[in-house]
Design a protein around this ligand. Structure first.
Ligand code: GDP
Ligand code: MG
Length: 220
């Protein structure tokens, strides 16, 4: 999110409303569309077909006693052709980077997706690495610990999910949305304390962890 849209968001007026925007990325077939349908409609589709029609879905969740509204964008299959445009990332404050725990190749490509985020998304975007299809125990190809260590080393949040049996799907979205909400609320408090006006060109300071080692928005 650039500074202008962050200010607009703090003011509850991001393009006319106060949505938190999350994008789904990762290789084709890893279960992005089903994670979205599980979270927003509690639906799962066994058929493998590329996303048609649905560009995004919304859901409200409670955080710290407040309802926050999430707008979650799906790739509509463009990832198949490596044709995701930078417009897809515009305004996104969070990304779920999904791989398939039963297909090592989709995990190998996580680096490529991180580069894509570096090139196209806001540098403060909160990223959660999601190992989906945890129900496929007998086919597991990516050990949990390996992915967890990778996530820690790269300052990403990490979770394993199953859109099929619903394991951790709520938790994945709740964790990232809560993390984003708290960062944005902290910024709102910081800015009101400093009494800085939107558009004044003031720098937005990303909160750091207690030990000051890394930005607090880099890991749940
Ligand atoms: P996308 O291309 O990343 O959007 O992936 P889809 O959501 O279209 O899912 C691709 C295929 O994986 C479909 O056949 C789904 O039924 C299947 N799938 C998605 N999530 C899961 C899961 O958690 N477990 C299992 N076993 N299959 C899944
Ligand atoms: Mg899809």
């Amino acid at each position: 999110m650039d500074h202008k849209s962050l200010w607009a968001f703090i003011e509850g007026d991001r393009y006319g409303c106060d949505w938190i925007i999350i994008v789904l990325i990762g290789d084709s077939g890893v279960g992005k569309s089903n994670l979205l349908s599980r979270f927003t409609r509690n639906e799962f589709n066994l058929e493998s077909k590329s996303t048609i029609g649905v560009e995004f879905a919304t859901r409200g969740i409670q955080v710290d006693g407040k309802t926050i509204k999430a707008q979650i964008w799906d790739t509509a299959g463009q990832e198949r052709y490596r044709a995701i445009t930078s417009a897809y990332y515009r305004g996104a404050v969070g990304a779920l980077l999904v791989y398939d725990v039963a297909k090592h190749g989709t995990y190998d490509n996580v680096d490529r997706w991180l580069k894509e985020l570096r090139d196209h998304a806001d540098s403060n975007i909160v990223i959660m690495l999601v190992g989906n299809k945890s129900d496929l125990r007998h086919l597991r190809a990516v050990p949990t610990n390996e992915a967890k260590s990778f996530a820690e080393a790269n300052g990403l949040c990490f979770i394993e999910t199953s859109a099929l049996d619903s394991q951790n799907v709520e938790q994945a979205f709740h964790q990232i949305l809560t993390q984003i909400y708290r960062i944005v609320s902290n910024k709102a408090i910081e800015s009101s304390n400093e009494n800085v006006q939107p558009g004044s060109g003031a720098q937005i300071i990303v909160p750091t962890a207690d030990d000051g080692s890394k930005p607090a928005n880099k890991c749940c």
